[in-house]
Design a protein around this ligand. Structure first.
Ligand SMILES: [Zn+2]
Length: 310
């Protein structure tokens, strides 16, 4: 893994801009980098986001343009490493914070690809910043371009309704946007977990783990950037061993098991909140990002599923 640009500018700006307008304005133009993963696969890093892209001998496959401003910087960063045109833009899911701003790629005649349910969502809940896909698929699809490809797999609702698992080929690196982020399994940053689809989350992880075994995938790429929490590595790494998927699945199983046990032992209040025992809190303490006050909120989401299937 080689980092093509460096992070120095961003750190300096982060140090100086503790709060306020100066930080926001400067951060927008500064946090920009490309991380090379090998065999034509790269991550484009901007702000808190990382997007996978693939450079082939017949053009470039881009994923998740993020927003209009980032997409322009994304296009310029790609131009700094290849003269190839961008031929495809692939959306990982329907959330606007990942898929807005494809106009810059559409201008050069790139085709936009998304899972069918994403396309439905864009029709029902349109956003002018989100350009509708030209090409949709149901279960799986491979975007092949010259000597490289991006494989797309849909295993049902997980994080939203249409999240698509990416596998870059021939590097055989997986990315599961917003679900898996190196370095390891983690506690969700938003305790309301409105995006989680409890009815299919276990099946989603089982299918993804099966794909990892079938394709012999060793590494999973990040879709987010956050402080690494130590002095040696200032930001979270771009890659993690594929075992991260089963570790994160274990987290959601623990949530599920905690809810079922509380229901069986009649420890769920009329408000739908679990009266948690100390040992139940302790079981989650080791997850990075753990916040004691957030755990009851996450469990509340799953109580709704357990009781009413919603
Ligand atoms: Zn999302």
């Amino acid at each position: 893994m080689r980092i093509i640009f460096n992070y120095l500018r961003r750190f300096v700006l982060t140090l100086f801009g503790v709060a306020g307008l100066v930080f926001v304005v400067i951060q927008d133009s500064a946090a920009d980098a490309i991380e090379e993963l090998g065999n034509g696969a790269y991550l484009y890093l901007n702000g808190q986001h990382r997007s996978l892209f693939i450079v082939s001998d017949a053009g470039v496959i881009v994923t998740d343009p993020i927003n209009e401003k980032v997409a322009v910087a994304y296009r310029a960063a790609i131009a700094s490493i290849t003269d190839q045109p961008v031929r495809f833009v692939v959306y990982s899911h329907y959330h606007w914070d990942r898929v807005s701003g494809a106009a810059v790629f559409k201008q050069e005649s790139a085709q936009i690809v998304a899972q069918k349910r994403c396309a439905e969502r864009f029709r029902e809940n349109p956003n002018p910043a989100v350009i509708a896909p030209d090409l949709t698929f149901t279960d799986s699809y491979t975007v092949t371009l010259g000597n490289r490809a991006l494989e797309l797999y849909y295993f049902g609702p997980s994080h939203g309704d249409c999240l698509t698992v990416f596998v870059a080929q021939p590097s055989n690196i997986m990315q599961i946007t917003d679900v898996i982020n190196p370095p390891g399994a983690a506690f969700p940053p938003d305790p309301l977990v409105p995006y989680i689809r409890p009815h299919n989350i276990q099946q989603f992880f089982a299918a993804t783990a099966g794909l990892i075994d079938r394709l012999g995938i060793d590494e999973v790429a990040a879709s987010a950037v956050f402080p690494a929490g130590d002095d040696a590595t200032p930001i979270s790494p771009p890659l993690a061993p594929a075992s991260i998927v089963r570790e994160q699945a274990k987290f959601w199983r623990l949530i599920d098991a905690t809810v079922k046990r509380a229901a069986a032992e009649r420890r769920v209040g009329i408000d739908g909140f679990v009266r948690l025992r100390d040992d139940e809190f302790a079981a989650f303490e080791s997850y990075p990002g753990y916040r004691k006050e957030d755990l009851p909120l996450i469990l509340r989401r799953f109580i709704g599923f357990h009781d009413m299937g919603r």
